[in-house]
Unconditional design. Sequence first.
Lengths: 74, 258
Amino acid sequence: MRYVTAFGRFWYDFLIGDRPELFVGPTVALVLVALLIQAGWAALSGLLLFGLVVASGGVGLARDLAAAHARSDQ
Amino acid sequence: MSVVLFTILSSFIASAVEFVEALTVVLAVGVTRQWRSTLLGAGAAVLVLVALVAVLGLTIATLVPIELLRLVVGAVLIVFGLQWLTKAILRAAGARASRDEVATFGRQLAALAKEPPVPASGTDWISFTVAFKGVLLEGLEVAFIVVTFGAAGGQLAPALVGAGLAGIGVLGVGAAVRQPLARLPENQLKFGVGLMLVSFGTFWAGEGIGVAWPASDLSILLLLAGYLATSLLAVRTVAVGLVKRAAPTPMQARQEAN
């Protein structure tokens, strides 16, 4: 059981760690684009996926910057 | 052909960055304690990593359906790539300190100086363990990249070639200079790897959910160009924001003038 927990914790730290937005953003993006493709809106799905991934990165950057500013203001 | 070269290049750059970090640990342990035990520990970690890549790479590729594999691997590559890329953007803009191999080397030396002395004969298990852990932890990221490229793109051999060339190159230079490779443009390399991982990830994950990419495999290059442009824009935006933040407000400027 200890090894299973350690294995799970390793993957959690590896993929999520202290930046959950970089995991949640792309996951939501893929689900959204997949739903649109299923609904027959496939034409610009690649462009939409690209845009949503960029937006996820932007949110991650904004959060990192806010944290850095908060540290420097203390 | 472009995908093969792209895979070799991505694997080479990503692996080189991780090997440089592993080399710093190995050098610190070898210089302060015992080279034989240090190299044994590093070698044992490399064996574990090779076994991991062989077993996982072949098993995953044969057992999991390709569409599901591309979706999962692509999604993971996007997440992993964004982590590298956002940190590299912040470092390039000056909002985050760059990794300093010389400082890391110094910290390692200081930590090792507190350990018990090297035994007069036999294996020094402290050297072995520290070198093993250092190489294994840094190497896991290399193994992860090699396995994902191998499994999702059917590019295990090119990914292994890239990682192998990086390992030989970094170890060769490290053995020659016997000091941390501080002059390597580590952040630029991480920036490049982040871009490649996110581009491959978007392409494969997109294929997994049914995106019809307009230019087939060449779409990876279009994605790379798009991510590069937006990342450079982000570097500039963050840097300008930092300058504005550092500049005094009009009220502060008037108070300073008075």
